[in-house]
Ligand binder design. Structure first.
Ligand code: AMP
Length: 591
């Protein structure tokens, strides 16, 4: 039986209104149980404001002007009035909700919307492209709106605009799926593994609901579907890191670029980011060099793309590489910031899944499958467990323009989507500062005063706790924000602005503005201290206190390559706090 769209809308409303993460999960589980199994993948995507998994790179692409036109035709209200309401609410979807509330008379001919119809019409909207496509998109959108109740219209407009933000993270979906299927979280691990290997929550959901757990276990790696990347832990010094390298250690340069997962089959190449977005269009040069250098027919390899200054031959910093992530002017950006690829792993070759082989084996296969040249190289590495040699190698890495080293356990398998101690990142110590920067999620902001009046003068930032999928505040960050940052942050943050604290954020502070946890920034601090105010690691180190940053400073890096769940974790923060007490404040290896 087909589910009415209204069922989705009622659950969406409940989700928007809750500020409790557990409630969000149970509403979602309820929703999964109220629909037919044939619709589950569509509902999973729609709940996250998508039509497909991110890696397919399919966007609705409806111009704001087109949407305003559609709303005007739908409501009989002039475009000018709609724009006035839009300015007041900041969201066109809410504007529609306000404008037509109670005023709408469904026509005698209207037919109630079903989930399938909404999905397939949105799909058609996404697929019409080229000249005249805005007209076609407009007519599809109108066909939906004409049969929509005001609340339904509100969510349709939000979906089309990409502003539907229910805060449903991947982990929340996995929890809710496990719960919906069995009433417990027992199958959570199996679901997570399948998601890590396929990058497709809709696929995992549909397989679970239609075929059961055993079928989910059989989901593996396929060309064209990005694998969730393996992640590294941080340890402050080489000796500490070596303790985890039980079975031999490979140290590689840690390049400061963008992680790229390359899928090649025959003459086709697809590139995926660390966040599983399809970034093929941004890097035509990587596509070209992959086709030339990957000598097997089918492969999934991974590496870091680094922009190289053609004049000096030196690496450009990460921020410069981000100029490559643009929609237009790709050729110009490619000429200004050409990249070199440093490969460090392989997951599949000619149909064979390699992730369960030890690192040393995978590397041999990588070397055999790829012919290196100036543009495609293997990550510079040494194999040693001697701290002295690693110190020297670290200095060499920094001199060569890298961030530090990655230490990898020689016997480790490729653990997709997992952060563990088989990979450890070691960054350079800075005098008197914490050895590593933190990647923090912006969850709120305070308005500036004086010179910063009208801008977000201070950001409220948080660390992530994967155990309960919540973000805990750790610091207000104002230092390091340049005038340019102050001007650009509203543009960056306002699309995620919400009227109240987000359900996945824990904070004792009342911010002037709240945001959905999306944007990740890099912050350097001098020290981690106990704090009665911040909620990060509350009661973990000391009863009645959390952890906070002393003298935090924005480094200028907005980490668009990281999602909120990739931010520094509570556990890492506690470890960093513990480690700083063991170390003298001024490190011998600093500049
Ligand atoms: P971080 O972003 O600080 O968590 O550090 C991990 C990131 O370092 C990875 O996601 C890669 O983008 C990058 N990286 C640079 N060099 C390497 C390497 N040799 N092996 C693995 N990751 C690397």
């Amino acid at each position: 039986m087909e589910t009415m769209f209204n069922v989705l809308v009622e659950h969406f409303k409940d989700m928007e209104n809750t500020s409790k993460r557990t409630e969000l999960t149970s509403i979602l589980a309820q929703l999964f149980n109220s629909i037919s199994v044939d619709e589950i993948d569509k509902v999973v995507y729609l709940t996250q404001g998508k039509l497909y998994p991110d890696y397919m790179g399919i966007e609705l692409g409806v111009a704001e002007k087109t949407i305003v036109k559609a709303i005007s035709k739908y409501s009989g209200i002039t475009e000018g009035k709609i724009m006035d309401e839009y300015r007041k609410t900041g969201d066109l979807g809410d504007a529609v909700g306000n404008i037509v509330k109670g005023k709408r008379q469904m026509s005698f001919f209207s037919e109630r919307l079903t989930v399938n119809r909404v999905y397939s019409t949105l799909d058609r909207i996404a697929r019409s492209s080229g000249k005249g496509s805005q007209e076609i998109k407009l007519s599809y959108l109108l066909s939906l709106l004409n049969d929509a109740e005001p609340d339904e219209a509100r969510y349709i407009v939000k979906m089309v605009l990409g502003t539907l933000r229910l805060g449903v993270a991947d982990y929340t979906v996995l929890d809710a799926l496990a719960f919906a299927r069995s009433g417990t979280k027992n199958s959570r691990e199996i679901l997570e593994r399948a998601y890590n290997l396929s990058g497709d929550l809709g696929l995992v959901a549909a397989t679970l609901m239609k075929e059961g757990e055993d079928a989910v276990k059989r989901i593996g790696i396929t060309i064209g579907r990005p694998v969730r990347p393996m992640l590294a832990e941080r340890v402050p010094d080489i000796k500490g890191a070596l303790e985890y390298m039980e079975n031999g250690c490979t140290a590689e340069y840690k390049y400061d670029g963008e992680r790229v997962q390359i899928h090649k089959r025959g003459k086709n190449v697809m590139l995926f980011s660390r966040r599983l977005e399809n970034i093929t269009m941004h890097y035509p040069d990587i596509v070209k060099i992959s086709l030339k250098s990957i000598e097997v027919d089918e492969a999934i390899v991974e590496g870091e793309a680094v922009a190289v200054d053609q004049n000096t031959g030196e690496f450009f910093p990460f921020q410069e590489l981000m100029h490559r992530r643009r929609k237009y002017g790709i050729k110009e950006a490619m000429d200004l910031y050409p990249v070199t690829l440093f490969l460090f792993d392989v997951m599949l070759v000619d149909g064979e899944q390699l992730i369960d082989l030890p690192l040393t084996e995978r590397r041999k296969i990588l070397w055999k499958s790829v012919k290196s040249d100036e543009k495609v190289q293997f990550a510079t590495h040494i194999e040693t467990k001697e701290a002295d040699k690693l110190e020297v190698f670290m200095d060499q890495a920094i001199t060569d323009g890298c961030e530090g080293l990655m230490l990898k356990d020689n016997s480790s398998t490729y653990r997709a989507g997992a952060r563990g101690f088989s990979w450890i990142k070691l960054k350079r110590d800075y005098q008197g500062e914490l050895g590593d920067t933190l990647d923090l999620v912006v969850v709120g902001a305070f308005y500036g005063r004086g010179r910063r009046a009208g801008a977000y003068g201070t950001l409220l930032t948080a660390v992530y706790d994967p155990d309960n999928d919540l973000f805990y505040t750790v610091s207000k960050v104002g230092a390091g924000l340049t005038d340019q940052d102050l001007a650009s942050f509203p543009k960056l943050l306002d699309p995620y602005r919400i009227p109240h604290r987000h359900a996945r954020v824990s904070s004792n502070l009342e911010a002037d503005a709240w945001f959905e946890p999306v944007i990740v920034i890099e912050v350097q601090a001098q020290e981690i201290t106990l704090s009665p105010v911040h909620t990060a690691a509350f009661n973990s180190v000391k009863v009645g206190a959390g952890l906070a940053l002393r003298f935090p400073r924005f480094t200028g890096k907005v980490r668009n390559d990281k999602g909120p769940e990739d931010a520094t974790t509570v556990k890492e923060l506690i470890e960093m706090y513990g480690n700083q007490k063991k170390k003298p404040m001024i490190s011998g290896t600093g500049p």
